[in-house]
Design a protein around this ligand. Sequence first.
Ligand code: PGA
Length: 244
Amino acid sequence: MRKIVAGNWKMNHGPVAAAGFFDRFRPETDPESVELIFFVAGLSLHAVEASARVPVGLGVQNIHWEPSGALTGEMSAEMAAEAGASYILAGHSERRHVFGETDAEVSRKVAAAVRAGLVPVVCVGELLEERRAGRLAEVLRRQVSAFVPALRGSGEFMVAYEPVWAIGTGETATPYDASEAHGIVREALGALGKAPILYGGSVKPGNAAALMSAPDVDGVLVGGASLEPEVFARIAAAGEQSVE
Ligand code: PGA
């Protein structure tokens, strides 16, 4: 199976920068060798769709669970789909820990994504103190069991295991840590355990191949290192070499 290499641009790359990204990314990458997904600002969806000119999956980083309404500043799953998104990140650690999103809210967002025909990429991961306290499996099982009912047993979805202590810190889980956590997530998913599981947290060109070669790691979700076209292209190339 091809590895999945996803970029999470966070609050970066408006429409102009997004279009410019692909002018430099395109010559550096073989888009057929890995499955590329870009999670971009809603405002930049159209620019990416118009300028990518290589096959990429497009996603947004957050939605509200209501389909429409008096919710100033929010964007629904239906609106994201209409604007060209096929994927949605749900429960990213910055949403959980900066914006206080709860497991229950993540689950409502997953349900909204399914309703709108978007593929949810649900992020889970433990805090450093939870890991140190030996609570890794408990936290992952809690986060997984909260969103599984929202999938209603149908449709495509992915999980991204992103240990909170590794996001934007330069600290990366070892390939062994990633495999162990992915195994826990797979087990917690039960009958849905064949879903792709991505690793995220300070993925760089230097560690991407080892992480993507680890058992149970189907791809990566890349934050900071997805912003520079040449750097992200090197991560995509690492995925090409890690095909099992
Ligand atoms: P990072 O972010 O690669 O900058 O650590 C990963 C993420 O937040 O998805």
